[in-house]
Design a protein around this ligand. Structure first.
Ligand SMILES: [Mg+2]
Length: 331
């Protein structure tokens, strides 16, 4: 029998891949004017030279992180780094961000150890938040562990505190979504604010603002979030939409998740149709809403049409099993 909790684990992993693969063909491109949620969700579009349903680095690194947790029964920095680096060594990583590629080059050239190879502070892209789902799954029953584990899993590629905070926020939201049948926006914002305050005040302040923006009209709220990302290092490439800066990336997902917590397809389509770095915003929306609502709420044509669907489901299942084993061992 498949339990509700099992469904949430597989929902998080498959949700990541579905959001990533739906968004990837539109990454950094204009979303066609007037495109509806129904059109977007009808099926995967072609990503040139790849099979239909192909996901990108967001899901690849999420998979590797989950595999490392399964192998090590821990968030093991050196092991995760070795596994990440193989994707660069083999040239199989798809659409990697600048900070992650920099870090893996430093690591593979033997210049730096796993905890020193990450891009230096100042580079606060969304590359850590996009792969944080498994951290929330693994620690769903011991959320006080999330900040430390998010730090270990993030500094491999990004040593900026905002990037660390982004991963902690995504993982904490996944854990909250699993354990709370009903999402209370005020409670979740308070929780995320307190998680974030210990890591990065700037990120924490924007989490607080989200509480205000939820009460505004949608267009205005989304514009506030888009505006956060228009900083020098990111604003050039994303058509004035959601940039790859970690703060707006995470906030746009939280905004639509809090607006539609029980509706996977609405959260995911609204996030992607906002435009910008949409493979990553899609991946995070899929992880968070997939964890809360479970595998069964992901349209089956997408859940079974995404590349490696069966293997991804098995990965979620395996992570579920070892997480429960660990909980039993402790009690
Ligand atoms: Mg990507």
């Amino acid at each position: 029998m498949i339990t509700d909790l099992q469904n949430k684990f597989t929902g998080c992993i498959i949700g990541t891949a579905v959001g990533d693969a739906l968004g990837a063909p539109f990454e950094g491109r204009r979303i066609p004017t007037g495109m509806t949620a129904k059109e977007l969700l009808a099926g995967f579009r072609d990503l040139p030279t790849y099979p239909k349903g192909q996901y990108t680095d967001d899901t690849q690194l999420t998979i590797v992180l989950a595999e490392s947790i399964i192998a090590k029964r821990a968030i093991d920095g050196p092991d995760i780094t070795r596994r990440f680096s193989r994707l660069w060594e083999r040239g199989t990583i798809i659409g990697a961000g600048g900070a992650s590629s920099f870090a893996m080059r430093e690591y593979l050239e033997g210049k730096k150890t796993w905890d020193q190879c990450g891009a230096p502070p100042g580079q606060a892209g969304n590359g850590t938040a996009m792969r944080a789902g498994p951290i929330g799954l693994w620690h769903f029953d011991e959320t006080e562990m999330i900040p430390e584990s998010a730090t270990i899993a993030s500094i491999i590629t990004h040593r900026d505190r905002r990037a660390v905070a982004g991963a902690a926020v995504v993982a904490s939201t996944v854990a909250y979504g699993i354990t709370h049948p009903r999402v209370d926006p005020v409670e979740l914002i308070d929780l995320l604010h307190s998680v974030c305050s210990d890591i990065n005040e700037e990120f924490a302040a924007q989490i607080k603002n989200l509480g205000t923006w939820l009460g505004e009209d949608e267009e205005q709220a989304v514009q506030h979030i888009i505006d956060l990302g228009q900083i020098d290092s990111f604003k050039g490439s994303w058509n004035g939409r959601i940039t790859a800066y970690v703060i707006p990336t995470v906030l746009i997902v939280l905004y639509y998740f809090l607006m539609h917590p029980d509706d996977f397809t609405t959260t995911l389509s609204k996030v992607i149709l906002t435009g910008g770095d949409v493979d990553t915003t899609g991946a995070i929306a899929g992880a968070i809403s997939g964890a809360h609502n479970g595998f069964g709420d992901i349209p089956i044509r997408l859940a079974s049409g995404v590349k490696d669907a069966t293997a991804l489901r098995e990965l979620g299942q395996k992570l579920y099993e070892i997480t429960l084993e660990q909980i039993k061992k402790k009690s």
